[in-house]
Design a protein around this ligand. Structure first.
Ligand SMILES: *[C@@H]1O[C@H](CO)[C@@H](O)[C@H](O)[C@H]1NC(C)=O
Ligand SMILES: *[C@@H]1O[C@H](CO)[C@@H](O)[C@H](O)[C@H]1NC(C)=O
Ligand SMILES: *[C@@H]1O[C@H](CO)[C@@H](O)[C@H](O)[C@H]1NC(C)=O
Ligand SMILES: *[C@@H]1O[C@H](CO)[C@@H](O)[C@H](O)[C@H]1NC(C)=O
Ligand SMILES: *[C@@H]1O[C@H](CO)[C@@H](O)[C@H](O)[C@H]1NC(C)=O
Ligand SMILES: *[C@@H]1O[C@H](CO)[C@@H](O)[C@H](O)[C@H]1NC(C)=O
Ligand SMILES: *[C@@H]1O[C@H](CO)[C@@H](O)[C@H](O)[C@H]1NC(C)=O
Ligand SMILES: *[C@@H]1O[C@H](CO)[C@@H](O)[C@H](O)[C@H]1NC(C)=O
Ligand SMILES: *[C@@H]1O[C@H](CO)[C@@H](O)[C@H](O)[C@H]1NC(C)=O
Ligand SMILES: *[C@@H]1O[C@H](CO)[C@@H](O)[C@H](O)[C@H]1NC(C)=O
Ligand SMILES: *[C@@H]1O[C@H](CO)[C@@H](O)[C@H](O)[C@H]1NC(C)=O
Ligand SMILES: *[C@@H]1O[C@H](CO)[C@@H](O)[C@H](O)[C@H]1NC(C)=O
Length: 329
């Protein structure tokens, strides 16, 4: 009986994943809907040189970059620039970043275009950036036919992160709906991860707080059904939080059509346990786990095992165990 229950549940989860064709959204066909764990990322693309290099790199699908108010090296005018706090100067403004990305994408077929994840580090950078995007969308929507993710940490999170939340989530969602409703919202928690707290987790209270914010921000069912939303999670902490993350996505009442999570890592985070990473992917499902991690590009900076062979073996094991389960009935 127990076994039958597990099989039924598994088939249910699989068919859900296929039917809702998670992330099979604008621009049509960009991500394979059944597996987003192999989408590749360049992280902290905050300078001209990094932008050039990563636009040229055919392995890179998504460019993640940070936005703050600051100045260009040759100017004293404050504008939105690409930099990670506390840095507030750069040789790359958001407008330059966007222009160059649009120009690169312009003549490519949709599935070869690169997407952008804009990590807003402070609220003042949000509205003018969304307004700029909206102006391009108005003048020529074709120019923006690539994934655009609007990311910010909007609630305090693990482990007892006391760092200030710099972006008001309610206002962020309002602006995103107003200016660029078909972009992807990426809503996160602030985090604090040190060696002594690496057993921390995303708590039930923290995920409920996010669910409540979302319920209050989306009162329109149509908007909610159309919204594309992902939740960035610091990988080392997320791996300790499978139960709460599953609860959050499936039961906390956020009720988005196909919510996902995006695991990311700080440059000096402790090594991830690859076995646990595989467990996380299996529990949450590969159709809704993005991996903004160094090894998405084959770089093995923090793991002792190569991911790709491992994933292949893990997938084979999953298929095999499925067949075994069917046979054992
Ligand atoms: C990712 O996996 C999907 C499904 O397995 C596959 O269709 C797609 O080509 C893969 N993408 C890359 C970039 O490897
Ligand atoms: C940049 O940071 C420096 C040092 O913290 C500060 O004095 C300056 O006002 C900042 N500039 C902007 C444009 O925020
Ligand atoms: C800003 O730069 C311009 C020329 O680049 C200069 O004329 C002006 O005095 C500067 N303003 C300040 C406040 O430094
Ligand atoms: C970006 O492109 C727009 C329109 O193509 C142009 O008006 C603007 O000057 C460009 N900005 C920069 C910083 O290159
Ligand atoms: C892209 O196409 C436009 C118009 O079709 C053309 O003017 C431009 O030179 C092309 N750009 C590149 C980089 O090929
Ligand atoms: C986090 O806060 C709780 C409750 O105040 C406390 O019991 C716990 O020790 C704190 N954890 C860390 C790692 O600071
Ligand atoms: C966010 O902004 C809304 C609307 O202005 C306000 O009601 C709310 O209190 C703000 N939230 C926080 C945490 O400051
Ligand atoms: C671009 O504008 C159109 C028309 O207002 C809108 O339907 C679409 O959602 C916008 N694109 C994005 C990416 O939000
Ligand atoms: C819900 O949102 C949709 C599209 O964003 C809009 O057309 C519709 O009027 C809204 N419904 C209500 C009840 O506000
Ligand atoms: C939203 O999710 C909750 C919890 O899973 C569920 O009870 C409720 O019926 C859902 N609401 C809608 C409108 O689907
Ligand atoms: C990784 O996690 C697994 C499962 O929790 C555990 O058995 C294994 O010892 C861990 N490996 C390392 C190197 O910590
Ligand atoms: C990843 O590897 C590529 C070359 O394969 C290299 O250019 C890039 O700098 C590496 N990135 C990191 C974060 O190590």
């Amino acid at each position: 009986m127990g076994e039958l229950h597990i099989i039924t549940k598994w088939i249910f989860v699989m068919s859900l994943a296929m039917a809702s064709s998670a992330l099979d959204y604008f621009p049509e066909g960009y991500f394979a809907s059944t597996d987003v764990t192999n989408v590749t990322w360049a992280h902290a693309v905050n300078s001209k040189q990094l932008l050039d290099t990563n636009l040229k790199d055919s392995k890179v699908q998504m460019l993640e970059a940070d936005l703050v108010m600051g100045t260009l090296a040759d100017s004293n005018e404050t504008t939105v620039i690409m930099a990670h706090p506390p840095t507030n100067t750069s040789d790359l403004s958001f407008e330059m970043f966007l222009n160059q990305t649009m120009e690169y994408n312009r003549n490519l077929t949709v599935e070869r275009r690169k997407g952008i994840k804009l990590d807003f580090k402070e609220f003042p950078a949000v509205e003018s950036s969304l307004a700029l995007l909206a102006r391009f969308n108005e003048s020529n929507p074709e120019l923006l036919r690539f994934p655009i993710w609007i990311n910010a940490d909007i609630l305090p999170g693990p482990v007892n992160a006391s760092s200030t939340v710099n972006v008001n989530g309610t206002l962020l969602i309002q602006l995103q709906k107003q200016y660029l409703p078909r972009s992807t919202l990426s809503l996160g928690w602030t985090t604090r991860l040190q060696d002594d707290v690496k057993n921390g987790s995303y708590t039930r209270e923290q995920v409920d707080e996010m669910a409540n914010l979302i319920k209050a921000a989306f009162t329109n069912d149509t908007e909610k059904a159309n919204a594309q939303v992902t939740f960035p999670l610091r990988a080392g902490i997320a791996l300790n939080s499978i139960t709460n993350i599953k609860y959050f996505l499936d039961e906390a009442g956020i009720n988005f059509t196909s919510p996902s999570v995006t695991l990311w890592e700080g440059a000096s985070d402790p090594k991830l346990n690859i076995t646990e990473l595989e467990q996380f992917k299996e529990a949450i499902h590969k159709s809704r786990v993005f991996l903004d991690l160094p090894y998405s590009l084959g770089n093995d900076t923090s793991a002792s095992l190569a991911l790709f062979p491992n994933r292949f073996i893990a997938l084979s094991l999953v298929s095999l165990s499925f067949v075994m389960m069917l046979i054992s009935r």
